[in-house]
Design a protein around this ligand. Sequence first.
Ligand code: ZN
Length: 263
Amino acid sequence: MTHFKRISIFVLALICALPAFSQLYASKPRFKALVYYSDTAESAHVEFAEQAIDYFRHLSWGEGFILDQTTSLAGYTYDKLKEYTMIIAINASPGAGGERALFEKYMENGGGWLGFHAAAYNDANTGWPWYVKFLGGGVFYCNNWPPQPALLDVDTDASPVTRSLPSQFVAAESEWYQWKPSPRQNPDVEVLVSLSSRNYPFGIKDIVTGGDFPVVWRNKNYRMVYLNFGHGDREFLDPTQNLLVVNAFRYVASLDPSGDPFQ
Ligand code: ZN
């Protein structure tokens, strides 16, 4: 056998040992995601929504997934909504009437939700106990002001959402919400990232002086992850925070009851 032939056989064997590209490259979109946002909220929440939509559009390059967007769930039937592997709720939550019932049905039957910032806002006037339960039981308690960066603690490296993150990082500037009771007290909640107590006193005009401050968590009874940041137009400046967004998005999609779209 010539030297050339031996090299050719070696290269051929090497190629055969590699996974087929067809297993790695999607030939069609893997799933559909629906951005649900508000264009009538306070301007800083709309600015975040616009930037987040742009960020998720970039993630959909190559049509890895289909990204649709809406400012209202009113025009959706359950059958239409369940075509989406997840709703990306950006500073928006279902309004009165049919939207709430539709969202409950969607989530109670395996729907996915990736929520940002004011999507989880609720207080004494919200009047939707199911939503409070869905979010882990916390009601808005206080926030820092003005928006600022924050040192975050990663609570666990055992979750696909956090395992590629450092144990601490400084997140981009945001308005941060604290909740009472803390969702951490709920045994159904897994807290993934928290505001470090080393930030206290936290704020310039409105100052948070202490307390438990989860910022990313999931309710294990639902296919959901909540991320508390989402205020203003300077949120997508930190690559670690951006990686957290990608991880959380991918995690929610991966748990689709019809199968992991990335497999
Ligand atoms: Zn805000």
